[in-house]
Design a protein around this ligand. Structure first.
Ligand code: AMP
Ligand code: GLY
Length: 427
């Protein structure tokens, strides 16, 4: 079959790698794609937030499955247009995507279905927000309600910081997305994510994963889209994993009770607190970079899983996983997440990929005359599988050291805290 995948990050490169490994896939199109996906299928120029255009393009090119990677097209209802055109779609419609598109909506679902999370209040004007902040005190968390490209959350250590964050929201820093503000109790503990395939009835969870958000070693410096990730998470107990799965199942049951027919990947972001795992957020899609450590461990044909998800037949699928651990290190452009230069030739990708268990996924690259050039802040995700956490980590760094360009930058401590154990986290 022909398949159209929407998106252009490392996540989409990992999804594309698994899709083209399936004998079911005849032709893969990626819109708009990146240098890595250009080597796996055909990149196409398409406005991925325009549902009618995506559905028409998919129809014209005989695609029988559309897979939606990022949140913006999901929130814009692209999945609804694709399904209305009679084409299978992996990704929730606009109603289900509100789980990510509105913090107020997802908190209301958490409350209604008694899912463990932080106490909160939703405010629609400055006076109400300031009064609540002063009543609660710091530390406290301020979140713009809508999509804000990962920049809408402030974990405020002081009341002043919290008040500034609220003022910025109501002053229009995030446009409509900040016109409503969610103010939340500040929780403590390691973070852990669970991705789950769901067709709105059946839930098939994937192994937990843990991202590293800060730019510099020892979790210092500015927040980024993620500098490295691993899966499973050695510090998660069996009880915590069971609780997180139970929460994901109760969430999907709650969505069904709300009349939402959610088909795709649901991402639960948790904090492992002293009183057990509690929800930080939901995303309506695969995580980036979590996907880059979860999918290489999947043995089941991803196209089968996606088609079953789209057709409410997930109960018929048995997921099989490789027993290995996966560690992924992000190679970034010097200066990221601030200003950086692009256009440098990248060498050593083939050598790194030739190592056993290594997958080099492209995030910000472009392919020109058979050569790869840097084309973004986060350039490559170097994932390695290994029979132990340490083995996977050593192999990932061995592969990273084979790849070079002018201004390559990475954190050398991905997974270092997990190796030290739970005590490495202050609770
Ligand atoms: P979110 O997009 O809601 O997951 O928030 C982004 C990041 O902010 C999370 O990954 C956490 O590091 C942090 N965060 C969000 N909510 C809270 C909270 N209630 N307590 C502490 N940290 C939080
Ligand atoms: N890694 C966090 C996310 O995908 O939103």
């Amino acid at each position: 079959m022909n398949i159209l995948l929407l998106g252009s990050g490392g996540r989409e490169c990992a999804i594309a790698t698994s899709i083209v490994a399936s004998p079911k896939c005849e032709k893969l199109y990626i819109a708009p794609g990146n240098g890595g996906t250009a080597a796996l299928g055909e990149n196409v120029a398409l406005d991925i937030n325009d549902g009618e255009a995506v559905a028409a393009w998919a129809k014209k090119n005989d695609c029988s499955l559309v897979v939606i990677g990022p949140e913006a097209p999901l929130v814009a209802g692209v999945a609804d247009c694709v399904r209305d055109a009679g084409i299978d779609c992996f990704g929730p419609g606009a109603d289900g995507a509100r789980m990510e598109g509105s913090k107020d909506f997802s908190k209301s679902i958490m409350m209604k279905y008694d899912l463990p999370t932080a106490a909160y209040k939703t405010c629609t004007n400055l006076e109400e927000a300031l009064a609540y902040l002063r009543e609660q005190g710091a530390p406290i968390v301020v979140k713009a309600d809508g999509l804000a490209a990962g920049k809408g959350v402030t974990v405020a250590q002081t009341l002043q910081e919290a008040e500034d964050a609220v003022r910025e929201c109501f002053d229009g820093r995030f446009g409509e997305a900040g016109a409503t503000v969610v103010i939340e109790e500040c929780m403590k503990g390691p973070e852990c994510s669970i991705l789950a395939f769901t067709d709105g009835e059946t839930v098939k969870p994937m192994a937990p994963s843990q991202d590293h958000k800060r730019a510099y070693e020892n979790d210092e410096g500015p927040n980024t889209g993620g500098m490295g990730v691993y899966s499973p998470v050695p510090i998660v107990t069996d009880d915590e994993y069971a609780t997180m799965i139970d929460v994901m199942e109760r969430t999907v049951a709650g969505l069904k009770a709300e009349g939402i027919d959610y088909r795709g990947c649901l991402y639960g972001g948790f904090m492992l607190t002293e009183t057990g795992p509690r929800l930080l957020e939901f995303n309506a899609r695969f995580g980036d970079p979590e996907t880059q450590v979860v999918l290489p461990r999947l043995e089941t044909d991803l196209v089968d899983v996606m088609v079953a998800t789209a057709n409410k037949k997930l109960a018929d699928i048995e997921l099989a996983w490789k027993p290995e651990w996966a560690v992924s290190v992000v190679l970034a452009s010097d200066g990221y997440p601030g200003d950086y230069k692009k256009g440098f030739e990248i060498t050593g990708i083939d050598e790194a990929n030739a190592l056993e268990g290594v997958h080099v996924y492209h995030a910000g690259t472009k392919l020109e005359d058979g050569k790869f050039y840097t084309n973004g802040g986060r350039v490559l995700n170097v994932t390695a599988l290994g029979e132990s956490f340490q083995a996977a980590r050593d192999r990932a760094y061995e592969a990273c050291d084979l790849i070079n360009w002018d201004g390559k930058f990475m954190r050398r401590d991905i997974g270092a805290r997990a190796l030290r154990g739970r005590d490495a986290w202050e609770i």
